[in-house]
Design a protein around this ligand. Structure first.
Ligand SMILES: Nc1ncnc2c1ncn2[C@@H]1O[C@H](COP(=O)(O)OP(=O)(O)OP(=O)(O)O)[C@@H](O)[C@H]1O
Ligand SMILES: [Mg+2]
Length: 257
């Protein structure tokens, strides 16, 4: 019997609030999923301000901008990273894509969906804020990872992401990742606070995918434009992300029946 490959999953990484660690987590999770044997595409979906290429020290000469403008095909913009995953870079240099029309976005999403025939996971690093494009990409994903820290503004914004995900008829499961936690149990408490509010006002409480501790080695890896799991594999944040990747890995590659 010929094995038919299951389609891969689109995973959106969102937070509402800026600067909580979306790009860092999207990159490191992509790396960890690739190391678990998955074919992974990381898409820099921050249409206002591309970040992935900067955190990784890449200078792509083609990016999603060319695809949106119809100058190149999506495959021509995809580059291979030495970490074992592929990257679809965001608009580098000047010229934001934040104002592309809804039809152009739908076209990109359809092409990403098509790419899940080739990739086990397509990870989308969304921009901060909750504009129409962010909402559409979050609701289009099969799995929504909402990143929050213990700061009240982050929790409020994460709650807003979850509320809109419900209002927009989001197709995928939403899960919470608490980043920059002082300890694992502090992260669990932060999740419990957010989950209580969701249960009370939205009637459902999203699960905790994992907690990632605050770790100076994260800043070091970013500053050196390297991958945390290669540069500092045994530090607290790296250990936590490996555990988080196991949770996502099970959702990307369901156990054989
Ligand atoms: N677990 C962590 N421990 C320590 N510092 C962290 C951790 N996660 C993120 N950071 C810090 O937070 C900064 C912001 O991270 P990042 O750029 O990934 O956030 P972002 O949510 O993508 O931001 P933006 O909304 O601007 O796109 C990083 O430069 C890093 O210094
Ligand atoms: Mg970012």
């Amino acid at each position: 019997m010929t094995a038919i490959r299951a389609r891969g999953r689109l995973i959106a990484v969102a937070s509402g609030k800026g600067g909580v660690g979306k790009t860092f987590l999207a990159i490191t999770l992509s790396h960890a999923l690739a190391r678990r044997g998955n074919a992974v595409l990381l898409f820099d979906a921050d249409l206002g301000l591309a970040n992935v290429d900067i955190q990784l020290g890449l200078m792509p000469d083609r990016d999603i901008g060319g695809v949106v403008e119809g100058r190149i095909g999506i495959d021509d913009a995809i580059i291979r990273h030495a970490g074992g995953f592929d990257i679809l870079p965001g608009r580098s240099g000047s010229g934001s894509l934040a104002t592309i029309g809804a039809n152009a976005l739908e076209d990109v999403l359809a092409q990403l969906r098509h790419l899940t025939q080739r990739y086990d996971a397509v990870v989308m690093d969304l921009g901060a804020g909750l504009d129409q494009h962010v909402r559409r990409m979050a609701s289009f994903a099969d799995l929504l990872a909402v990143i929050a820290t213990d700061e009240p503004t982050s929790l409020t914004d994460a709650y807003a992401v979850l509320k809109l995900h419900g209002a927009d008829g989001g197709r995928g499961e939403a899960m919470i990742v608490i980043n920059q936690a002082s300890t694992a149990s502090a992260g669990e408490r932060t999740h419990a606070t957010l989950a209580r509010a969701c249960q009370a006002f939205l009637g459902r409480a999203p699960r905790l995918a994992g907690t990632v501790r605050r770790d100076d080695k994260v800043r070091d890896a970013i500053r050196r434009q390297t991958l945390l799991l290669e540069r500092h594999p045994n530090t607290p944040a790296a250990t936590d992300i490996e555990r988080l990747a196991d949770v996502f890995d099970r959702r990307v590659t369901p156990a054989a029946t």
